[in-house]
Design a protein. Structure first.
Lengths: 185, 360
């Protein structure tokens, strides 16, 4: 098993946090893992992404160019990463914000109206985990339960109240992706 | 795996120093190592130890000098431009023969440069970056676990040789997260007999780097050189990967080495006999071990995130007995495994090995 994931969005959309949860989940399942943020002279409203690698092998480069799985939270991220997903890979698109459609036929694209679903859950900020849930619904390289466990273990004490909406977001995204998988097959 | 936790490189540096018994930390914020400072600011006071944000890197290195003279385990960390500012103080510490630890999380240069990962401070760190005849034992970790291990080791080696020890990292190691197993918290060690602890009831200790009498300063230099010979004899460390049957040896350290590993694994899948030689100490450089490798491979590929600084050491080690190809990225650009794979394939296909710099 070797999965190279890029999660990308506007600063504040939780791309980095979603990546950390995924990394913790991979670690809990006994894999080799790495997480690296994009960092630089950042500005509010600018884009931020992280790269997560989960593998059975020790990880060489934590930076990769072409992901096997990719979550795009906003239009600039779609434009940048949609062409880069490896053939056979997975692209999860936040269709609440991204209006473009992928023309690629060599990857699996799942469109999830993550902001709308998050809004229904009661917190638009959990859109990131709706999309993470969707990725694991279509490409279950780690178990959803491991991500939920990571959420419970690694959210600091004073922020415990965010666990429940985040859990619901993961489950909602997971369900939608599984339904779309059935529709494909 | 259960005892492993996920840590960012910079936080791992800080926690490892604390567990190694670091009693005083002095620093000044500079990206991409500021999380060391943040972590220390939070944790050191909780433990009743010293955290001090200095007014500049010049102040930080001289505070480190003072704490080291007082016989406590002490550390500073910085990134390239800040490291340049520290050179005078490092030279003083070296001459004074007091143990101290300095971590440099390198970024793109020269000048103010940028905040992306780089390895362009290699010469400054391994050849004595300040004035006078001194050198500094320099450990070059390639993973966050090694970063943890090396920071602990740096304190021990500093004590053993009464010298400043460097850990050479870069923005990628500082910023990335990997699982680590942390060592146990160690007891604080008492001040050594030479330390400036107050001379009541004992002859006074003198620590200085000022010797106006030339023969006296020559004697101090000879003593320092003897220390460096001992370090060169005892502390050379390196690692190899798939090198036993290799026809091509990639030579790289730190971040460049771990990226090269991925390229090597892919080249092996394509049937190319290639392996990795990774210096862990970059001073003392593993000259003899690399010379031995040069005797049994057909070509070498040196990969660095610089214009080719370690390359000079590789040339010295091998006496140019094998053709050496160089691949370097500069200014904070991190090579991709694909880039290195192209270079390996070029060598395997018998394209002439040349020492070329990208863009040259």
């Amino acid at each position: 098993m070797h999965e190279e994931v890029i999660i990308s969005g506007f600063g504040g959309q939780g791309a980095l946090f979603a990546g950390q949860l995924l990394t913790y989940a991979g670690l809990a399942e006994g894999r080799h893992v790495s997480w690296i943020p994009s960092y630089g002279p950042e500005m509010r409203g600018g884009t931020a992404h992280c790269t997560v690698i989960i593998s059975d092998e020790p990880i060489g480069s934590p930076i990769i160019y072409r992901p096997t799985s990719c979550i795009v939270l906003n239009p600039p991220s779609f434009e940048k990463y949609e062409p880069l997903v490896k053939p056979g890979g997975f692209l999860i698109v936040n269709s609440s914000l991204v209006r473009q459609k992928s023309a690629r036929t060599d990857i699996t694209v799942v469109e999830v109206p993550a902001n709308d679903l998050a809004y229904e859950i009661g917190n638009v900020r959990v859109a990131n985990l709706v999309l993470l849930g969707a990725l694991l619904g279509i490409n279950p390289f780690v178990k959803l339960e491991s991500v939920i466990q990571a959420l419970e273990e690694h959210v600091p004490e004073q922020r415990r109240h965010i666990i429940e909406p985040n859990k619901r977001a993961l489950l909602a995204g997971h369900r939608i992706a599984q339904e779309s998988r059935q529709a494909v097959h | 795996m259960s005892s492993k936790i996920l840590m960012k490189g910079n936080e791992a540096i800080a926690e490892s120093a604390i567990r190694a018994g670091c009693q005083a930390y002095f620093g000044y914020p500079i990206t991409p190592q500021t999380e060391v400072l943040e972590y220390m600011a939070r944790r050191m006071p909780q433990l009743g130890r010293v955290f001090l944000q200095a007014e500049s890197e010049l102040a930080a290195i001289n505070m480190l000098y003072g704490a080291a003279c007082a016989g406590v385990r002490a550390m500073t960390s910085t990134s390239s431009p800040g490291f340049s500012l520290m050179q005078e103080g490092i030279s003083y510490i070296a001459c004074s023969m007091v143990p101290a630890v300095v971590v440099n999380v390198m970024r793109g240069g020269p000048g103010l440069g940028n905040i992306q990962p780089s390895q362009a401070d290699y010469s400054q760190m391994t050849k004595g970056g300040g004035h006078g005849d001194y050198k500094v034992l320099t450990l070059a970790p390639s993973t966050i676990q090694e970063l943890v291990d090396h920071v602990g080791l740096a304190f021990d080696l500093a004590d053993e040789y009464r010298q400043v020890v460097f850990v050479i990292a870069d923005g990628m190691l500082g910023q990335m997260m990997e699982p680590v197993e942390l060592p146990e918290m160690r007891e604080l060690r008492p001040p050594p007999a030479w330390a400036l602890t107050g001379a009541k009831g004992r002859p006074k200790n003198i620590i200085t780097s000022l010797y106006l009498n030339a023969p006296e300063l020559e004697r101090v230099n000879q003593e320092l050189q003897a220390v460096y010979r001992r370090i060169e004899a005892n502390e050379v460390r390196y690692d190899t990967y798939l090198l036993e049957d290799a026809e091509i040896a990639v030579v790289a350290y730190g971040t460049a080495a771990r990226i090269a590993r991925t390229a090597i694994r892919r080249a092996r899948e394509a049937g190319i006999r290639v392996g990795l030689f990774r210096p862990i100490t970059v001073y003392p450089f593993p000259y003899e071990a690399l010379a031995e490798v040069a005797g049994r491979v057909q070509e070498m590929l040196v990969v660095e995130m610089s214009a080719g600084q370690m390359l000079e050491d590789v040339r010295m080690a091998t006496c140019c007995r094998v053709p050496i190809r160089f691949f370097g990225k500069m200014g904070g650009v991190v090579p991709l495994p694909e880039d290195i794979l192209v270079e390996i394939e070029a060598l395997a296909q018998g394209k002439p090995a040349l020492v070329a710099q990208e863009g040259a």
